[in-house]
Design a protein around this ligand. Structure first.
Ligand code: NAD
Length: 328
């Protein structure tokens, strides 16, 4: 079985090869999968992709012509895959629905604490011998109200960690969750969650229903000075509306691990280039925002889990077993 691995980095190679007890032939390609790079999958039955690979209808048609039978996502989200096109071309799609949700939950809380207590700014100051505290004042997390949107695996763990600080947790999901209720979290309609929370953390998937969930109307309902945290998918947030919220002071803090147009930015070293995305460049000018480049998942445990499940998915497919992690 030949596997074309797109958007691959040295760490993907290491972890996939470590798990490759079946002896599959990998071709590691650094570029994203796109209409321009689909041809690289010639002579491969399986294409292995990540969050910013473009698996649109044209790409799927090209892969089908090349004989690709399986698309194996190395991630949980599949918003970048045209599932109808895959179905039409009889290409199976599998994903990694769970891999250390702790990785993302812990990073989320790390972002909240860093942004609140301005640890990133303090680090730079101290390096320059500046020990002044002006501008570094934070707030106690204790007794703050945190709104969690989406209480699946990651949202629930994030909420549990935050309960350790003595916070009050409001949550919204498509329906109430008995585990959350038993832990004392309060199921709250979205509008009320927006208006009552000091910190709002997004953990729902990107779907047509959640695209730009955080738009001007949502921001208008929020508390003045709210902290907004997105470690889920960039397009949950209407970035221009959030920039206006930062300019007016309505949004007091913004932490992002994901960005709507991240595909042209994240996972690459662009430190010697001009940033072409003016909206992103504007975001970076605010003193009260913190951005990481889609690294919330990036722990040893998560990468080992991703590699293990990806190869198990491929083996199940090869052996004609039920695809337990099929997206379709
Ligand atoms: P999950 O499927 O376990 O949970 C998602 C939850 O969102 C579910 O409870 C679901 O009911 C809920 N949901 C769906 N639609 C909703 C809506 N319209 N409003 C509110 N809630 C809704 O997923 P998970 O493993 O917890 O992952 C959550 C998200 O985190 C993923 O979709 C992915 O986009 C993101 N993620 C990011 C990283 C990263 O490195 N930054 C890594 C992994 C996952």
């Amino acid at each position: 079985m030949n596997i074309a691995v797109y958007s691959s980095k040295a760490y993907d190679k290491d972890f996939l090869q470590k798990e490759n007890t079946a002896g599959y032939q990998f071709s590691f390609f650094e570029p994203h999968l796109s209409e321009n790079t689909a041809q690289l999958a010639n002579n491969h039955q399986v294409v292995c992709v990540f969050v910013n690979d473009e698996v649109n209808a044209n790409v799927v048609a090209s892969l089908s012509k090349l004989g690709v039978k399986l698309i194996a996502l190395r991630c949980a989200g599949y918003n970048n895959v045209d599932l109808n096109a895959c179905k039409a071309h009889q290409i199976n799609v599998v994903r990694v629905p769970a891999y250390s949700p702790y990785s993302v939950a812990e990073h989320t809380v790390g972002l909240m604490l860093t942004l609140n207590r301005k640890i990133h700014r303090a680090y730079n100051r101290v390096k320059e011998g500046n020990f002044a505290l002006e501008g570094l004042m934070g707030f106690d997390m204790h007794q703050r109200t945190i709104g969690i949107v989406g209480t699946g695996k990651i949202g629930l763990i994030t909420a549990k960690i935050l309960q350790g600080f003595g916070t009050n947790i409001l949550y919204y999901d498509l329906q109430p969750n008995a585990t959350c209720d038993a832990l004392g979290m309060k199921y709250t309609p979205l509008e009320q969650l927006f208006s009552c929370s000091d910190i709002i953390s997004l953990h729902c998937p990107l779907t047509p229903a959640t695209q730009h969930l955080i738009n001007k109307a949502a921001i208008d309902q929020m508390k003045s000075g709210v902290m907004l945290v997105n470690t889920s998918r960039g397009a949950l947030i209407d970035t221009k509306a959030v920039i206006n919220g930062l300019k007016s002071g309505k949004i007091g803090y913004l932490a992002l691990d994901v960005y709507e147009e991240e595909a042209d930015l994240f996972f690459e070293d662009l430190s010697n280039k001009a940033i072409a995305d003016d909206v992103f460049a504007r975001l970076l000018t605010f003193p009260n925002i913190l951005v990481t480049g889609h690294q919330a998942f990036f722990t040893k445990e998560a990468l080992a889990g991703i590699a293990h499940t990806t190869l198990q998915n491929i083996t199940d497919f090869e052996q004609g077993k039920p695809l337990v992690n099929a997206v379709l």
